[in-house]
Design a protein around this ligand. Structure first.
Ligand SMILES: [Ca+2]
Length: 379
């Protein structure tokens, strides 16, 4: 049996217990550890105790993974690897104790940034795939009602926008591929906007009483039109704070979705992996989840963004129109149009609609169970 887990980042939660275990492991690796054995600077970046995963902690160029099997088999062996295929490496140190706890320390070296830790429990053959990100700048903004908005810093850069003719399932409007340069970095929502965030900012619940949505603050806001989204960012901007909120441009959205990749999805070209990274028809609608699910319950893309593939389509700022073949700098789409672009696919439809390059559009006044948003904060 294989379990692949996504999780919600827990932010700068310090675990003394984890630090103690890590200190013991660090001590076993000699004195050349960058943080020293006495007080490792650890940050718990993930964890799900109910499913046996305590956490993955990152300290400089090292990671500590801690696992306890749900059955608590004493002394059982847990095998750890980091990375996949040819890139897989064994940890510098792995220990288990009489309570069934297991821990491993791995030096990431130059591989930091996008690494999977695989832990296989010998007693049960359960597999946990632990995925973490190192050095992703995240900014947390306080919203009314004790709500938080987490944003990930996206560096400026260039990328090839659209899909090649050879991409399976592509539609003609995904081409021609053209080079896009974004000259300014931006903060982009780590998750789709949640119902709690939407209500905290606007005071309204557009989804109230409607079907195909779970009425719960942790679930994403749907039944919000593009016009509603403009009201949302205007209300955000009216709050005290620094910077300007807006929807991402279509180019900013695809650049962040691709996260440096050129494949069909940000995890590669194998749609079998989509199950782990996105809520879409096969694992949501067909499984009885006829609604969008909470952010952070699938795996993130390489830049730490969740649900760029699937869950809810997301409004972007641009009018829907044809691409040009020329390279473009900070493109903002056509000047006029009838439909605004939505991106990313959703819980109700097929895999091909969740590809990085897939484009769709909707009436900016329309509200739908399959469209939500995430926001940009300009510095
Ligand atoms: Ca989405």
């Amino acid at each position: 049996m294989t379990r692949t887990m996504g999780w919600r980042g827990l932010g700068p939660v310090r675990s003394l217990w984890m630090a103690a275990v890590a200190a013991a492991l660090l001590g076993s690796c000699g004195d050349d550890s960058p943080t020293g054995p006495e007080e490792p600077a650890l940050e718990l970046v993930s964890g799900d105790r109910q499913r046996g995963l305590v956490g993955v902690a990152v300290a400089d160029s090292m990671v500590v993974a801690l696992v306890q099997d749900g059955a608590g088999v004493p002394g059982a062996t847990v095998h750890f690897t980091v990375g996949e295929g040819d890139a897989a490496v064994s940890p510098d140190s792995a220990v288990t104790d009489s309570r069934g706890w297991a821990a491993a320390l791995v030096r990431l070296g130059d591989a930091a940034g996008w690494v999977k830790v695989l832990a296989v429990h010998a007693a049960t053959a359960d597999t946990l795939t632990l995925q973490f990100l190192a050095d992703v700048p995240v900014r947390t903004v306080d919203l009314p009602g004790d709500q938080k908005l987490e944003l990930v810093w996206i560096e400026p850069g260039s990328f090839l926008m659209g899909s090649p003719d050879s991409e399976p399932g592509r539609t003609a409007d995904e081409g021609p591929q053209h080079e896009v340069t974004l000259t300014r970095g931006y903060w982009l929502g780590k998750y789709e906007v949640s119902q709690a965030q939407w209500e905290a900012v606007t005071g309204f619940r557009p989804w109230e009483g409607l079907e195909y949505v779970w009425h719960d603050p942790d679930y994403p806001a749907s039944y919000v039109s593009w016009d509603d989204a403009q009201d949302f960012v205007a209300a955000l901007n009216a709050l005290e704070g620094e910077g300007v909120y807006r929807l991402p441009t279509e180019a900013e959205w695809e650049y962040a979705c691709r996260a440096g990749t050129t494949t069909m999805w940000s995890f590669g070209d194998d749609f079998m992996d989509l199950w782990d990274y996105a809520w879409y028809r096969e694992n949501a609608w067909y499984e009885g989840w006829e609604l969008a699910l909470p952010g952070g319950t699938r795996l993130p893309n390489p830049w730490g963004l969740y649900d760029m593939h699937g869950n809810l389509n997301e409004w972007v700022q641009d009018w829907l129109g044809d691409y040009g073949a020329d390279s473009a700098v900070d493109p903002a789409g056509p000047e006029t149009g009838t439909h605004r672009v939505v991106r990313g696919g959703d819980f109700a439809y097929e895999a091909q609609l969740t590809r990085s390059a897939f484009r769709s559009g909707a009436d900016p006044r329309g509200r739908s169970s399959i469209i939500g948003l995430r926001v940009v904060l300009e510095e």
